[in-house]
Write a protein that binds this ligand. Structure first.
Ligand SMILES: [Cu+2]
Length: 162
């Protein structure tokens, strides 16, 4: 009986609309699963946070552990965020006790491996926020992968001591 009703409902729509609806379902499902860390797509994100910067600072560093649960290399080719003018991948290098930040064009995470973004190492740099980021804010960063896929991640803004 249920199938009968469903068929009746389907007959009311031209085939093209059904395809449209299905496409919408799969798109919505895709973004839902990316956020929910679906096994086969995207990275699993842990310990993500944005470091609270001193007042007036034009940059905030962000950290996270990125785990690639898939069997293929996942490469981040760029990042973006609504909060900030630019988002870059940086690596801190030490030269004569001086910390130097280098820009990375790409970051690859090998299959079933993790990359740690941590203070003093690899990190994400959020530049020129449109408004100062405050403790307790949530920042959304979009990862753009080299295969064209994207993943949104949420990071809480926290001070160093918590
Ligand atoms: Cu940096």
């Amino acid at each position: 009986m249920f199938i009968g009703i469903f068929k009746g409902w389907l007959n009311k729509f031209p085939v093209r609309n059904v395809v449209g609806i299905f496409f919408c379902f799969s798109l919505c499902g895709y973004s839902f699963f990316t956020l929910a860390d679906k096994e086969s797509t995207g990275l699993k994100i842990n310990d993500a946070w944005v470091r609270l910067a001193p007042p007036g600072a034009k940059a905030n560093a962000a950290y996270a552990t990125l785990y690639n649960p898939s069997r293929e290399i996942i490469t981040i080719k760029s990042l973006s965020a609504i909060c900030c003018e630019r988002v870059m991948l940086h690596r801190t290098r030490y030269e004569n006790d001086r910390a130097i930040m280098e820009h990375l064009d790409l970051l690859s995470v090998l299959p079933q491996s993790s990359v740690e973004l941590i203070p003093g190492g690899l990190h994400v740099m959020l530049l020129n926020p449109s408004a100062p980021l405050r403790a307790g804010d949530s920042v959304e960063i979009q990862l753009h992968f080299s295969d064209g896929r994207q993943q949104r991640i949420q990071l809480p803004v926290k001070s160093d001591d918590n």
